[in-house]
Ligand binder design. Structure first.
Ligand code: ACM
Ligand code: ZN
Length: 752
């Protein structure tokens, strides 16, 4: 410890009067900026203490002691000795104190004083949570360099969580996450005092848990054939799961497996089609969305199959809860299935929703006999809840309110506030921080039925390498409001801690994304100057916007945006945002085309949908191309009809190419045209030189594809250009929404 710090800390008097957040007003503003979630009560004292290899550790629990030593080594590089004793240097004491923390096992007190760091709690779990606070107090610079003096500010902290359920729900099906990645996330959850890992293992696109009695679940169900013919997938062996469960237990994280039923189960039906209503055959799908083929509720063997599966699942997961899904189960097949209809009749059920209630109750009853409590997504309210069932509300807060009114416990995780797969444009850091797991519509007594909340990540568009950037920084807001959700939340104060937390995240190798819509672009064409002016504005603090105009991706050495960009020739602008040399979030590519139809006149035969108007009539010849997001304002959308237009160039011009661009996004019912036809005319009545370009890209594709259909002409003269594109008009037979109206999206017709 530097002498000055030592003297200061020696001189202070230690009183146990807590001042909570007021600590920020007593002159030590920079302290505690690393703390997320912020503890209930904090008093900063003067001075720091220094961890060194002379520091001794006193703990009744060897397990916690070795965990602590290992973590300190991984955060700082310092190797503490487990057997060092003596009182001349700093002592770290972990102490179980029955009186210390009342009934809350996670409550703890942490005091950092001149020669002693002490964590006390009524349970090892509380000691564990307190250790995380201590880890957060280690400066980020030490974590980054694994070097430097490990100074911890003197303080008195008393802390406990407001909610006992603080979770992350991770979809490991749409994209598979490796065992090591899951273990890394268990550590990350622990660091932010989250205590539940909700592990999604069953989906239409992949079954991810080895079940020995039904080997085809993983031999067949864990693999899907992508549009390019490659196999994608993976699964966790039972040994993997035991390893992860043990790892989580050591970190006081409960794992809740989700074995979804009766919907979202196509991967298992591909393996065992006999448990469906129609008998199949099925494929593990590459489409996202809601599939109509689900388990048959009229067939007893479906239940015996699921019981066998759950026998193996419950043997692997020691926790009290099993999540059985229950969301998004269309009733189409059940309505037509003789067995399902016979079940409805035999059981005297009102309709297919009640049949889902029967399904849920039968499985819940089985699991109850094995000592487990089931959780279901809020759709399970429709068919009636099983006794003691927990409801996880996702569609809104209403599921939580309804479940509580029925006397059931609930987990509140509405998509509006906790679905971190949503772009930060729509669900930003501020919205996440505004979340209250216990809605104000409930009385104080009713609020006790809200166990807590979960951050959710659905991974259709989130392969493993992008998960950090989806979750961070917004999960910090959720971690804080799950733990400590004061009535008068101060977003600005939280925001300033997040700015400090970035250094800590960088030091720990977490590749965070953006807080909100990080850049907004707007462009205007100046007809007199014949140039576009591109303006970029920043949506969050502390970032640099950089861009290129040479086609390369923007990096930390690219041009720093400082004023609107003038564009007077065909240019691709690639834009990215950085925080301290760390790329955050999303790349934007804008194309400006100075082509021959720019700002001429266009007449459409069928009108675009007003929601997708690309700036109106002129949108297809305004020189600005879209991104792969059809909501970006550059795309025109046509529902269920062909596309046809005539462009009037205003005068006769040499035309060598007419190239319209279309979008494929089959998950959003947007398909490429079957064919595109371009023809030329000088009078606007008689069109000649017709060229037809056939589509050669498979429509069955989960990727988003932008495709040009270039029609080439040998330098023809023309004033008028007609472009026709033949739409599928309806979703094709292989699509989950076959027969429903489909879309055609076009962003620009480039004329050369
Ligand atoms: C859900 O988002 N379908 C639970
Ligand atoms: Zn059936």
């Amino acid at each position: 410890m530097p002498l000055k710090t030592f003297l200061l800390s020696f001189l202070i008097s230690i009183g146990f009067s807590f001042s909570g957040l007021l600590a920020f007003e007593n002159g030590f503003n920079d302290k505690g900026k690393n703390l997320i979630p912020f503890p209930e009560k904090v008093e900063w004292l003067q001075g720091n203490v220094l961890l060194s290899d002379k520091t001794s550790i006193i703990s009744q629990s060897d397990k916690l002691k070795s965990y602590f030593i290992a973590q300190i080594k991984s955060f700082t590089g310092l190797e503490l000795k487990s057997n060092l004793t003596g009182s001349s240097h700093l002592q770290i004491i972990f102490k179980i104190n029955d009186q210390s923390a009342g009934s809350n096992k996670e409550a703890y007190q942490l005091s950092v004083s001149r020669n002693k760091i002490e964590i006390t709690a009524s349970d090892e779990e509380g000691l564990f949570r307190g250790m995380q606070t201590l880890f957060q107090l280690i400066p980020a610079s030490v974590k980054a360099d694994k070097n430097g003096s490990i100074e911890i500010p003197c303080c008195l902290i008393s802390d406990k969580p407001q909610f006992s359920w603080r979770g992350l729900h991770l979809d490991c099906c749409r994209h598979f996450m490796s065992k090591d990645f899951i273990k890394r996330y268990i550590d990350i959850l622990a660091y932010y005092k989250l205590n539940t890992f909700h592990w999604r293992l069953v989906e239409d696109q992949g079954w991810r848990i080895e079940i020995k009695r039904y080997p085809k679940l993983t031999q067949v169900g864990a693999w899907r054939k992508e549009a390019d013919g490659s196999l994608y997938g993976g699964f966790y062996t039972q040994e993997d799961i035991k390893e992860v469960v043990a790892y989580a237990q050591e970190r006081y994280i409960n794992i809740v497996p989700e074995i979804e039923m009766p919907g979202h189960t196509l991967a298992s039906l591909a393996a065992y089609p006999e448990y469906s209503c129609t008998g199949g055959p099925f494929e593990v799908t590459i489409m996202w969305g809601v599939m109509k083929d689900i388990y048959c509720a009229g067939n007893d063997s479906t239940f015996y199959f699921l019981q066998d599966v759950l026998d193996e699942v419950t043997a692997l997961f020691p926790g009290k809860y099993i999540h059985i899904g229950g969301d998004e189960a269309p009733k189409d097949r059940w309505k037509e299935c003789p067995k399902c209809q016979a079940r409805i009749k035999a059981e005297g059920l009102k309709d297919e929703h009640a049949l889902q209630g029967y399904f849920t109750k039968r499985i819940a009853g089985y699991l109850a006999s094995k000592g487990k409590t089931v959780i279901g997504w809020d759709e399970v309210l429709q068919g009636g809840l099983a006794p003691g069932m927990v409801v996880q509300s996702w569609r809104s807060f209403q599921g939580t309110i309804d479940a509580v009114k029925l006397g059931h416990y609930t987990i509140c995780s509405p998509a509006s506030h906790t679905y971190l797969n949503e772009d930060p444009e729509d669900l930003d850091l501020r919205i996440a921080y505004s979340f209250k797991p216990a809605p104000d519509d409930l009385t104080a007594k009713e609020k006790k039925f809200v166990l807590g909340g979960e951050a959710n990540l659905w991974t259709e568009r989130a392969p493993q390498e992008t998960v950090d950037s989806k979750l961070f920084p917004r999960i910090l807001a959720l971690a804080e409001v799950f733990w400590n959700n004061p009535q008068n939340k101060n977003y600005d104060e939280f925001y300033s801690r997040v700015q400090t937390a970035y250094k800590d995240l960088d030091a720990r190798g977490i590749k965070y994304g953006r807080e909100t819509k990080v850049i907004t672009t707007s462009s205007a064409y100046d007809n007199a100057k014949k140039e576009f002016l591109l303006t970029i504005s920043k949506g969050q603090a502390g970032i640099d916007v950089r861009y290129t105009i040479d086609g390369s991706d923007a990096d930390t050495t690219s041009i720093l945006y400082s004023e609107p960009i003038k564009i007077n020739k065909t240019t691709i602008v690639k834009i990215a945002a950085f925080r301290e040399n760390h790329f955050i979030g999303k790349r934007t590519t804008l194309s400006f085309d100075f082509h021959k139809a720019l700002n001429s006149k266009i007449t459409l035969v069928n009108k675009y949908d007003e929601r997708y108007r690309a700036g109106g009539e002129n949108g297809l010849i305004d020189g600005v191309r879209g991104t792969d997001n059809f909501h970006d304002g550059s795309w025109q959308g046509f529902e269920g009809v062909d596309f046809e237009c005539v462009i009037d160039l205003g005068e006769t011009k040499e035309v060598s190419e007419v190239s319209p661009r279309f979008l494929l996004n089959s998950n959003s019912w947007v398909f490429l045209p079957n064919k595109v036809e371009a023809s030329l005319s000088n009078d606007g009545v008689n069109f000649n030189d017709s060229q037809t370009i056939m589509n050669d890209v498979p429509q069955k594709n989960s990727e988003i594809i932008l495709k040009e259909f270039p029609a080439l002409f040998k330098n023809k003269s023309a004033r008028y250009i007609k472009v026709k594109a033949e739409s599928l008009k309806v979703c094709p037979d292989w699509h989950p929404y076959k027969g429903e109206k489909s879309w055609l999206f076009i962003d620009e017709i480039v004329v050369k």
